[in-house]
Design a protein around this ligand. Sequence first.
Ligand SMILES: [Zn+2]
Length: 121
Amino acid sequence: MKMFTEEAIKRFRDPKNTGELKSCNAAASAGDPECSDVIKIFIRLKDDKVEDAKFQVFGCPSATATADVFIDMIKGKAVAEALRITQKDISDALGGMPIEQLHCSSLPIEAFRKAVGSCKR
Ligand SMILES: [Zn+2]
């Protein structure tokens, strides 16, 4: 079994991007019935860029680690580009993930897509 990388462990012990983003213009959650993770993502979009983003998580360590690295990946990016980030990109950014935890990385992507879809710009 592939274990968590140091990067993943660091991120779920001490995530940088958690909390509520007060000045967000969109927020959305996604849940994973398989391990009962729920992730909520707050985003502030401006001029088709992700100006700022934060997340809240109730769930397993890999949901926390993947959401935290995902927020780093989308911040400052063009929305269209951020929407193209895949589960593999997230896993690569963490230096790989245990296969049985991979499904957790779909949550930040799903929540972000929903948030972008609901955003009034
Ligand atoms: Zn999970």
